[in-house]
Write a protein that binds this ligand. Structure first.
Ligand SMILES: Cc1cc2nc3c(=O)[nH]c(=O)nc-3n(C[C@H](O)[C@H](O)[C@H](O)COP(=O)(O)OP(=O)(O)OC[C@H]3O[C@@H](n4cnc5c(N)ncnc54)[C@H](O)[C@@H]3O)c2cc1C
Length: 254
């Protein structure tokens, strides 16, 4: 609706998915969290299984617009719109999401990095519909953090950084995922850092390494913010996200 309001899109037809009840569901199992495309953001925030399995998504959702917009906004709408700053696109990138696209008589599954093609552009074909979004589940005990900078609370982020992490019994990094959004046309994972961090001890040097990689993302400038400022935010927020994720992992019962 906002896109039509701005006259960015003037579709010949609109299809109302609200009556398609099969598109609204939440399913959490040992491997994944699955959401029907029409599941409201507020439903996700209120779901006890999601809260238990994936607390970071609640933290991210608290930055998506306002209570009123979350009551109507859907996970599928946000991901199909594919705004580079959308918190749910950040979550999908962070959790190595899979999306299921359906057309009459068939469906296909895409990894999220193949789904998002560019600025506000996805691989959804004109005769396809997003049916389901699946987020990979992390082990019960994991550290997490979501850091965002926006002009006002509820605005789209200028930069947001999320981090998931597990530590080994020796206290070194077992697994880490970091997603940076709002900086480039699509959410970016710090893949090279994620691989090199394994086996390293958390602390200032490691956080700084992550921050340096985040600041190296090819950032975009627009009427509101320069690329330099976006890179600066990516650096600071990545450092903080790692620090918080490690502290939270260590504060959880073994
Ligand atoms: C005041 C305000 C503040 C906001 N702040 C934020 C924010 O901070 N962060 C944020 O991420 N969002 C924000 N939003 C966006 C909002 O919260 C919604 O998530 C977003 O607009 C998607 O809305 P929707 O689910 O109604 O999808 P729609 O607006 O109905 O659809 C969005 C696009 O996706 C397509 N689409 C929808 N569903 C499907 C499907 N199943 N298959 C294929 N294509 C589909 C539609 O055709 C359309 O092109 C804000 C909105 C408002 C009004």
């Amino acid at each position: 609706m906002p896109m039509m309001n701005f006259r960015f899109v003037q579709p010949a037809h609109l299809i109302d998915l609200n009556p398609v009840q099969e598109l609204s569901f939440i399913h959490v199992d040992a491997k994944a969290l699955s959401f029907g495309a029409m599941t409201r953001q507020r439903q996700i925030q209120n779901d006890p299984d999601v809260r238990q399995a994936c607390p970071i998504i609640l933290e991210a959702l608290s930055h998506v617009g306002h209570r009123q917009t979350r009551a109507r906004g859907t996970i599928g709408g946000s991901i199909s719109h594919f705004d580079p700053s959308a918190e749910l696109c950040n979550m999908a990138a962070l959790h190595d999401a899979e999306v299921i696209l359906a057309r009459k008589g068939s469906q296909r599954t895409l990894t999220f990095d193949r789904f998002g093609i560019g600025y506000l552009t996805t691989a959804i074909e004109p005769d396809e519909l997003l049916r389901e979004v699946r987020l990979k589940r992390w082990p019960e005990r994991h550290g997490y953090a979501f850091e965002e900078f926006a002009m006002r609370h509820g605005d789209f982020a200028i930069c947001a950084v999320s981090c998931l992490l597990t530590l080994s019994r020796h206290g070194t990094v077992d697994d880490v995922a970091i997603a940076v959004s709002g900086v480039a046309p699509t959410p970016q994972r710090l893949k090279a850092f994620e691989i090199s961090a394994r086996g390293q001890a958390p602390g200032h040097d490691l956080y700084r390494e992550a921050a340096t990689q985040a600041a190296a993302i090819e950032a975009t400038s627009d009427a509101y913010t320069t690329a330099d400022y976006r890179r600066h935010l990516a650096r600071i927020l990545t450092y903080r996200a790692m620090q918080t994720a490690v502290a939270r992992f260590n504060s959880q019962a073994k």
